[in-house]
Design a protein around this ligand. Sequence first.
Ligand SMILES: Nc1nc2c(c(=O)[nH]1)N[C@H]1C(S)=C(S)[C@@H](COP(=O)(O)OP(=O)(O)OC[C@H]3O[C@@H](n4cnc5c(=O)[nH]c(N)nc54)[C@H](O)[C@@H]3O)O[C@H]1N2
Ligand SMILES: Nc1nc2c(c(=O)[nH]1)N[C@H]1C(S)=C(S)[C@@H](COP(=O)(O)OP(=O)(O)OC[C@H]3O[C@@H](n4cnc5c(=O)[nH]c(N)nc54)[C@H](O)[C@@H]3O)O[C@H]1N2
Ligand code: SF4
Ligand SMILES: [Mo]
Length: 858
Amino acid sequence: MSLTRTTCPYCGVGCGVLTNADGTIKGDPDHPANFGRLCSKGAALGETIDLEGRLLHPTVNGARSDWDTALDLVAGTFSAAIAEHGPDSVAFYASGQLLTEDYYVANKLMKGFIGSANIDTNSRLCMASSVAGHKRAFGTDTVPGTYEDLEQADLVVLVGSNLAWCHPVLYQRIAAAKEARPGLRVVNIDPRRTATSDLADLHLSIAPDGDVALFNGLLAHLAQTGKIDATYTSAHVNGVAEAIASAQTSDLRDTGLTEQELATFFRLWGGTDKVVTVYSQGVNQSKVGTDKVNAILNCHLATGRIGKPGMGPFSATGQPNAMGGREVGGLANMLANHLEIADADHRVAVQNFWQSPTICSRPGLKAVDLFQACADGKIKALWVMSTNPAVSLPDADGVADAIKRVPFVVTSDIMARTDTCDLSQVLLPALGWGEKDGTVTNSERRISRQRAFLPAPGQARADWDIISDVARRMGHGQAFNYNSPRDIFAEYVALDAATSHFPRDLDLSIFADADYAALVPTQWPRNGHRFFADGQFYHADGKAQMVAVTAPKLSKPRFALNTGRNRDQWHTMTRTGKSPRLGAHLAEPYVAIHPDDATDLNVDPGAVIEVESIYGKALLRAMVTDRGAPGHLFAPMHWTRQRTKAGAINSLTAPVVDPVSGQPALKSGPVTARVYRAAWYGFLACRRQPKPQTAYAAIARTATGWQAELAGAREHDDWADQTQRLVGVPDADISVQTDIASGTTRIALVQGGTIEALMFVAPRPVVVARNAVIGLIGTDTPPLAALAGRNAANLCDPGATICACFNVGRNTLISAIAAGAHSVTALGDATCAGTNCGSCRPELKSLIAEASMPMAAE
Ligand SMILES: Nc1nc2c(c(=O)[nH]1)N[C@H]1C(S)=C(S)[C@@H](COP(=O)(O)OP(=O)(O)OC[C@H]3O[C@@H](n4cnc5c(=O)[nH]c(N)nc54)[C@H](O)[C@@H]3O)O[C@H]1N2
Ligand SMILES: Nc1nc2c(c(=O)[nH]1)N[C@H]1C(S)=C(S)[C@@H](COP(=O)(O)OP(=O)(O)OC[C@H]3O[C@@H](n4cnc5c(=O)[nH]c(N)nc54)[C@H](O)[C@@H]3O)O[C@H]1N2
Ligand code: SF4
Ligand SMILES: [Mo]
């Protein structure tokens, strides 16, 4: 079978993938992002392309429909709303996971044909502060660096970035460079000690939002120690003195770091020419996100450490096409192709090129304001594409209510059931990864092709095609007559050529004669081009701008909630949640809490904690760890109402935004925490998807079906009946074992001679070999043997999965370490762990460190 060359649909590293229609997935050795590597999520792509749960035909009000009916309804309702209430009464909410071609047409329809700029995207939650910071400093939204810079640097500073889990292949490239050249230093700045910190020579456990104070302190230090490059700044940078003066007023105590830590970091940064500062959501998702970005850029500009190999600021983009979206102008405050809504000449040029009846003349609503406008009844029709705002926006329950207030909601998705789909009148089935064609741009400005290698399922259509069809039905046939994504890409490149007289960074001329079908991964403006090498920036006078920023006043609530990502899940889990391998890494929503706080709150390991803010409440499993400071809670963003009863973390987060970028502060907000008084805890493994209604409930896929972690405050006297209801097999044979002394009950449901479900209930968190129990589902093991909690062969429990590729559990690894495997390589030899994608290597290292500690003391 012939291999298709495509690009991973997850993170912004943009790894090349070789695929086969049978689902085989390999890293593309020729792709310059990954040179053959893949992380655990990329390697498991084959497990996520089945059709289970897919949306395969349009639906209207929950009933199956057809394209003509659905699209006529969409076009008609949008047109009617625009006619009656004006263009700003409708909105699109799009996504950095759309392909460039999809994004281009959505933006064109809204800004040029509907005449509003009410198209914003989940990039507002993701990259908006970087965009705003770049524009303030450079005059354009330019990411000047490349991945090679990270390998060539002598110092890599990772600020608010858990690269090991979120950009694993980039992390592996740095790790490999460091191994080859041990002089390469790594500093990690994060309130938590993460898997990324394990690579760092120095981890600075910064106070949440202490980054402005830190980088201001660094700038003041650079000034004091004569490290400002006056020749460079006088020729190329404005605002130097003001920025330094402002930096000198920052109070370094706001960083929460010791004088020694600060001195070490300042000396290292100041004393190293080749420094790359990488930053991500710990910087962007803050009420001072843009100031954080500029505080970092200031230090690079002041020292001239930008535009040269191995140095510069580097914003690691999250989504596969976060960059492409920015290029086509997908945000509410941009036009198209890095042109500006505010500039009348730009507007005229774009309108002429599109031959459009109108063009938006002012910025549209940014994400949080957009959903506020929904709540206020100002939005009459909303179209959500490739994102799940009812989960991913702050105050997610408020957002869900706001969506309900919109009279007409359309969602294009690949899945039939998401928290947002559940709130929509019209669902439009989109082609997913592997089925669709187009381009994406990765963090280093490299445009790669996504190519289809699977047939279109059901009636699903490509996003660009659906949008164009609606545009045609709205009367804009001429302008949306595309036959393929190639036509759209060509138009996008042509718009760039038609506007090339406006000075800006975007330059797509290298693609002018490109063979779209055979397009190889190519950076704009051209491979290896170095932005700012000549000291020329994009402000009117050609100079860069240092921005005077002041550190915010920090409050210190008893508990502050930080949120972010797990290694093996992608956002709201609609795809990664299908893979039992990936689910096994961390199978339920948790809150990481410091041991001192756990003692204070009387939280035993494995208990459930109730975390609450003025916006809402969540119940989360306690993960007691000293990786964060006392008072610091961390919870993952992934769990939804589809998979948990009360585990969606954005039920708690506040819709507080950065005033410049509009990006919400998702990393820190005051909450309260208390132990949830559970009367019972349960663990269920079963074949069919359970529908738990208990207060604490989290379901996940397993290799044999499903599992559920459960807890409730109310005692039940008939557990057999409860279990049958949960699983929905009323006619199964039931075996019950009760141990009065320990208060535990174990239930087996058997149907047709095979085990349908096993349920374990206890007054404390259930201790049972979970993987072994899961392995019994669907077998003909006698129920009483099964209820012993071990599998028939009496194997011991491998424990929580660490290596997702080879399914190696924690307990297996600890045994191997005890048996003498004291290096990552030795562990790999003994168990295979870490020898495929390598995403778990940081965790293997820390397991070895933890397990080896008592021996070191001997
Ligand atoms: N596995 C996985 N990978 C992903 C994704 C995914 O869902 N799963 N999503 C992708 C997307 S869209 C994105 S945007 C990226 C995000 O990638 P990252 O930004 O690396 O990921 P996060 O976990 O959101 O946050 C990074 C870190 O910021 C820290 N932090 C919190 N507050 C502060 C602070 O005030 N200062 C500093 N310096 N640090 C702070 C957090 O403790 C956290 O460890 O990941 C991409 N890659
Ligand atoms: N608390 C907290 N909240 C956060 C964050 C955080 O760190 N903390 N991070 C924020 C960030 S950085 C981001 S990027 C967002 C991400 O949040 P979302 O964008 O809401 O999350 P996803 O699960 O990626 O949603 C993508 C949706 O598109 C669907 N889909 C997949 N492929 C296609 C396709 O080809 N076409 C169409 N039409 N649909 C498709 C998927 O099934 C899914 O429903 O979350 C933000 N929210
Ligand atoms: S690092 Fe992993 S998730 Fe990111 S693009 Fe590469 S394979 Fe995909
Ligand atoms: Mo993101």
